[in-house]
Design a protein around this ligand. Structure first.
Ligand code: SAM
Length: 232
């Protein structure tokens, strides 16, 4: 992440450290739960990106003496050759993995038969399509199947969200104020644009309930949360 190369004041460095520490803990909660739920399961992952989660989950289930039955990764930006090569390089058998280079909403996988959907830091890119995304996920899960997601999700209190935004961007601005490179300026502009896509927890909860899930918040740390939803 760019932030580490910045000339930060010690106050900003400390705050950035704590934010990233919380982020690391949240990711650990997500990946550990994903590994436990995926044992013996049929799994799909919309927005699987560089397959880092797929290889972790499959290695973790293997260490526990179980395996993932199916792991379907769906992402329009997949470079299939590169992805397969990366997994082999990590000595991870590709037997249970199939990759689909497609937008998730166009994916026509088997319906009502998957046990688990994993989705990490992808839904926030589609703030106007929550029902479409959660509905498409629900369609492919069996009854009782689970959706485990981690994403940028704001607190329901708008004053608290505004405070988090001011605090975070205040720190980023001050950390880069001395010599901001063009690359850092672009990163900051991107961070502002990204933040404006984040929605409060209530929006996600309502969309999940409308599309047939019950919802449990596993952890919520500032602008990030892990949700576990069960298809009713
Ligand atoms: C922030 S990345 C997260 C990648 C991965 N889930 C992770 O946590 O490492 C968002 C991912 O969503 C993917 N994406 C964008 N539009 C998508 C779509 N319509 N359907 C599925 N994935 C999409 C991008 O290609 C990218 O890999």
């Amino acid at each position: 992440m760019q932030v580490f190369s910045l000339t930060a004041s010690s106050r900003a460095r400390t705050a950035i450290y704590w934010r990233l520490k919380g982020y690391a803990e949240l990711l650990r909660e997500f990946t550990d739960t994903a590994g436990a739920l995926a044992r013996g399961a049929r799994v799909f992952e919309p927005g699987c990106g560089e397959l880092s989660l797929a290889s972790y989950v499959r290695a973790m289930t293997k260490r526990a003496g179980a395996c993932v039955i199916d792991y379907v990764g769906i992402d329009p930006c997949l470079d299939l050759d590169r992805a397969e090569g990366k997994l082999s390089a990590r000595d991870c058998s590709t037997a249970a993995l199939s990759l689909v280079a497609s937008s998730f909403l166009e994916w026509k996988g088997d319906e009502a038969c998957f046990d688990l959907a994993l989705i990490r830091f992808t839904v926030h890119h589609f703030p106007d399509q929550l029902d479409a995304w959660y509905g498409h996920i629900a369609r492919h899960l069996r009854k009782g199947g689970m959706l485990l997601m981690a994403d940028h999700i704001l607190p329901d209190c708008s004053e608290e969200s505004a405070r988090l935004k001011d605090e975070w961007f205040g720190l980023l601005e001050s950390a880069t104020a001395v010599e901001r490179t063009e690359e850092e300026s672009e990163w900051l502009r991107h961070a502002y644009r990204d933040w404006d896509l984040f929605l409060p927890l209530a929006n996600h909860r309502k969309a999940l309930e409308r599309t047939g899930f019950s919802v449990e918040v596993r952890c919520h740390y500032r602008d990030q949360a892990v949700l576990l939803a069960t298809k009713l």
